[in-house]
Design a protein. Structure first.
Length: 231
């Protein structure tokens, strides 16, 4: 009976030590746990009841419960390991994809910056062309206005001469050659101005007027004598 009590005490201390140990996962083979449980239960059945048999059965129950918990913990641990491995693989793939996307984004940024610079340069070029065209338009407008003013003065002078000639004589017109030469020079200047501005009609009118004055001047040899036009 003493040997049996010593075995019971040893098993009790072993179970208590196993229960009070820190949670260190140690994988035990299922056959070893089953053999231990079978041994404890057979040993308890060999006793004639009492506290020792009860302790053996409790130890077997605790060992079986702890075995199930250990198995569940081991399965959970392996599942977490697999999940961590999958997460690590997914993280590596995500990092590679992020690296490629970063390179693509940097390339797109550089391309957009180059396009923006080209667009800015084109905008500046068009703005400069617009400014030059505006200045040229203003210059041409000023030239046309000046030509119109000169033509108006020439027409007024012609009308004044015509009125003076009509008032002096209905059949004879007397005009100093010097005046005709001045008019001729004025017509030439106006014709050149209209030629530069592209006004062909006004240019033709001035050339016709200048030709008529040339004919009047050619009909008199003395440049200081008046020109008479009559029967």
């Amino acid at each position: 009976m003493r040997d049996e009590d010593q075995v019971i005490d040893l098993l009790d201390a072993t179970c208590f030590q196993a229960i009070s140990m820190s949670a260190t996962v140690v994988s035990l083979p299922p056959s070893g746990i089953a053999e231990t449980l079978d041994f404890l239960r057979r040993l308890a059945s060999m006793m004639s009841g009492g506290r020792n048999a009860e302790m053996l059965l409790q130890a077997a129950t605790h060992i079986e419960t702890l075995g199930r918990r250990a198995l569940s913990a081991e399965q959970l641990f392996h599942a977490q390991q697999e999940e961590c491995a999958e997460n690590a693989a997914l993280r590596q793939v995500a990092e590679l994809a992020a690296g490629r996307l970063t390179v693509e984004v940097d390339g797109l940024k550089a391309e957009l910056l180059a396009h923006a610079r080209l667009a800015e340069a084109e905008h500046l070029r068009l703005a400069e062309q617009t400014r030059e065209l505006t200045e040229e338009t203003r210059h041409l407008s000023a030239v046309v206005d000046e030509a119109d003013a000169r033509l108006a003065r020439a027409n007024a002078e012609i009308e004044g001469l015509r009125s003076a000639l009509q008032a002096r004589s209905a059949t004879t017109v007397v005009v100093p050659v010097h005046t005709l030469q001045l008019l001729r020079a004025q017509f030439n200047h106006l014709a050149q101005g209209f030629e530069r501005s592209g006004d062909l009609i006004s240019q033709t009118i001035c050339e016709i007027g200048g030709s008529a004055i040339d004919q009047a001047i050619a009909g008199h040899e003395d440049p200081d004598a008046p020109v008479a036009d009559g029967p």
